[in-house]
Design a protein around this ligand. Structure first.
Ligand SMILES: Cc1cc2nc3c(=O)[nH]c(=O)nc-3n(C[C@H](O)[C@H](O)[C@H](O)COP(=O)(O)OP(=O)(O)OC[C@H]3O[C@@H](n4cnc5c(N)ncnc54)[C@H](O)[C@@H]3O)c2cc1C
Ligand code: SF4
Length: 531
């Protein structure tokens, strides 16, 4: 059996930080990542392909988006070397001091995490959108805050993107990738600068996003860490004499392998790490002593989106970085509810497709259609006013209560087996916070001449979708209260750690990736002190 010192499962915000910091401490690090190692050419934004990850058939569908439907709640995540940083909207902000008021292990305070927030900001080169590059959405957010007398709450959000101060929207073909300036980062990886193309969630075509594969993971690899993509971890069990044996499906080779590791860090995300441990406790019974709190205290982070139509205002939701700014109500001034209103863009998938097709069609025009006529048609289609150009996706997060429980259940066609991941989510836990956020979306829309449409999926069915799942293996001071301790070590299983969104025990009400990464920085610094 292959042996390694430290095995990390997953390469997102938790896993990437752990890989670098443990490699710096001298550990031989092996990272197993279920998704691919993406290249710019293979990103869905560029190739138009490889969209879907299917957890049940990962050999066949190992694409970009992992969408899990659990009934009232659905969860979106990324797959690939770099984890959620590939698909995310780049917003990188720390949790607030009052996020730590209760629910955390005693050792985790805002003060304890402060140096680690700073370390993450430095590694991810976090910066705000330059003032000369505000998007129509940024300006609408500012106008809306002023229109309701809350102008001071408007703030431009820091993000992990490299901007070029010379870029501006009035230049010829401003969103053309040719305007991106190429540079080499300190880890030896080639990047570019942002051209506001709006494709952040489906792969930055010019590498302006400072994704984890270009910084934390690149630095870990430079120190000798090995990253194996398309390696899906299925189970683990304690080995005789210490350490753990890990069962892995090599998706490219189509075979199962086992690896021994002295220390294992699960960083497969809130859903991934919790599912793995639930299977080990309840299906394979290899880790029977895991805390009864496993799967409990899961939160959706109150994510909510309200589209609003503007007839006399250009919003261009498909241009500019996906999120740029916020109106901050995290102080509880709205009947005690705490939330952050943000703008939310989305990629111009159809425009990307037409641009790709244009080149292909021009080299081989269909019979009966002359080249000039074809150029005319394509030009017309591409330059058409985007039908969604007047739509503002009001977005945001709220501090809801952690009302979700992940568990393994039976499916109707295999009732003798408990092997289906379930999420029981009580919407009432999120209702007051989400309703307050939705009401503010409506107020801001009306104040700026928009027509909001609160989605029927929430209005009528109380269904939500979250890209910010938190919890499932919650941190706590004891096994009775949670699954892992303040540095992520699993109660009852020395040398087994969880470090990702699964350990966050409360909804933050803001974009969580920097907090997850800072918790990993903290955990790694604590691990350095272990004998
Ligand atoms: C569309 C979208 C936009 C977002 N925008 C923002 C934003 O702007 N700001 C922000 O702060 N957050 C944002 N998020 C949320 C952010 O991406 C997550 O909070 C963050 O990635 C969670 O980090 P993590 O380490 O817990 O897990 P992840 O980053 O999801 O990493 C988990 C990794 O583990 C891998 N994995 C899972 N199971 C296994 C297995 N069994 N074996 C091997 N590997 C496995 C996964 O493929 C993945 O690479 C966004 C999310 C989405 C989906
Ligand atoms: S807007 Fe385009 S160029 Fe800028 S970070 Fe997003 S994907 Fe990259």
């Amino acid at each position: 059996m292959e042996r390694t010192d430290t095995l990390i499962v997953g390469s997102g915000f938790g896993g990437a930080v752990m890989a670098l910091r443990l490699a710096q401490q001298g550990a031989r690090v092996l990272v197993l990542e279920r998704g691919r190692r993406w290249s710019v050419e293979s990103y869905p934004s560029v190739s138009g392909r490889h969209w879907r990850w299917d957890e049940r058939q990962p050999e066949r569908h190992n694409g970009w988006i992992d969408f899990r439907y659990f009934g009232d709640m659905s969860v979106v995540a990324g797959a690939g070397v770099g984890g959620g940083s590939l698909i995310y909207a780049n917003i990188s902000i720390p949790a607030r001091p009052d996020n730590f008021a209760s629910g955390w292990p005693t050792a985790i305070t805002y003060a304890a995490l402060q140096p680690h927030f700073a370390a993450v900001q430095q590694m991810l080169k976090v910066t705000a959108l330059p003032a000369n590059q505000f998007t129509p959405r940024t300006r609408l957010l500012r106008d809306a805050a002023e229109a309701i007398g809350e102008g001071k709450r408007f703030t431009v959000l820091p993000q992990a993107v490299t901007f070029d101060s010379a870029w501006h929207p009035r230049r010829n073909k401003p969103y053309d990738y040719q305007h991106s300036r190429t540079w080499t980062n300190e880890h030896g990886r080639t990047q570019g600068t942002c051209v506001h193309c709006g494709n952040c969630d489906i792969g930055c075509p010019v590498q302006a996003k400072n994704t984890l594969d270009l910084n934390y993971l690149a630095a870990a690899e430079n120190l000798g860490a090995e990253i194996r993509p398309l390696h899906h971890v299925r189970w683990l069990r304690p080995a005789a004499g210490g350490g753990y044996e890990v069962g892995v499906r090599d998706l490219a080779a189509g075979k199962d392998v086992q690896i021994f590791a002295r220390r294992v860090v699960l960083s497969a995300g809130s859903i991934g790490s919790t599912e793995l441990l639930l299977r080990c406790r309840d299906q394979y019974r290899t880790l029977p002593d895991l805390s009864p709190m496993l799967g409990r205290g899961w939160a959706s982070n109150g994510d909510f989106l309200t589209p609003a139509r503007y007839h006399h205002r250009d919003i261009s939701p498909s241009r500019g970085p996906t999120i740029s700014a916020a109106i901050d109500f995290l102080d509880g001034s709205q009947q005690g509810q705490r939330f952050l209103v943000e703008d939310g863009g989305f990629p111009d998938v159809l425009g990307n497709l037409l641009r790709r097709r244009k080149r292909r069609l021009l080299s081989a025009p269909p019979a009966g259609l002359g080249r000039h006529r074809l150029i005319g048609i394509l030009r017309h289609m591409i330059s058409q006013r985007d039908p969604l150009t007047g739509v503002m996706p009001w977005f945001g997060q709220a501090r809801d209560k952690a009302g979700g429980v992940l568990s393994l259940g039976r499916s109707w066609y295999t009732p003798w087996r408990r092997d289906r991941l379930r999420l029981a989510w009580d919407y009432r836990a999120a209702e007051p916070a989400v309703e307050a956020l939705a009401a503010m979306h409506v107020r801001l829309s009306h104040a700026t001449g928009g027509q909001p449409l609160v989605p029927a999926t929430w209005r009528w069915f109380r269904n939500l979708v979250t890209p910010h799942p938190l919890g499932g293996c919650n941190m706590a001071d004891s096994r009775e209260q949670g699954v892992v301790d303040h540095r992520g070590e699993v109660f009852g299983y020395p040398g087994l750690f969880v470090m990702d969104g699964a350990v966050v025990p409360v909804a933050l009400g803001l974009n969580p990736s920097q907090t997850i990464a800072a918790l990993a920085e903290y955990a790694a610094s604590e691990m350095a002190r272990l004998p």
